[in-house]
Structure formats: structure tokens, C-alpha cells
Write a new protein. Structure first.
Length: 77
């Protein structure tokens, strides 16, 4: 990952775009603060968003938690 000033990017845009084509990621700075990230293009339609990927499913042996809480509350009264 390369970090450059926006002014330098404007002056040498063609060479920086060539670097991006070869897989480099560039962070653009203006007054020392990041303003943009230039990344190589990917076909986003083939990628599955992380929230759609299958996750782990937890299974707990024993009784239902809500039933245990209700039993405990009834015992206290």
C-alpha cells in the first residue's frame, strides 16, 4: 500500500494508475489527511458479501435458557 499527496498524484497520475493496474493500492492525502483509496478493480458481482456468507451455528445441550430464567424467578417469589 502506498500513500501519496493528492498534488503528486495529479502530476504523475498515469504512472500511479499503472501501479494500481498491477495490484498496488494507493491512499491519497490532502493536507495530511486521507481522502481516497485507489484500489485495483475486481468483479464485485462474483463476490459474496461477508454478511451473506454462512456462519457458525451454536447449539446448547440442555434446557431452554428462557425457561430456566422463568423457573428461577418463580422459585424466588
Amino acid at each position: 500500500m502506498k500513500t501519496i499527496n493528492f498534488t503528486d498524484f495529479r502530476k504523475k497520475a498515469s504512472s500511479f494508475i499503472t501501479e494500481v493496474e498491477h495490484g498496488e493500492t494507493i491512499i491519497l492525502l490532502r493536507r495530511g489527511k486521507p481522502i481516497a483509496e485507489v484500489v485495483p478493480f475486481t468483479d464485485r458481482h462474483t463476490r459474496t458479501p461477508s454478511w451473506k456468507e454462512p456462519g457458525i451455528h451454536l447449539q446448547i445441550s440442555g434446557g431452554d435458557l428462557s425457561a430456566a430464567i422463568m423457573e428461577e424467578r418463580e422459585a424466588e417469589s
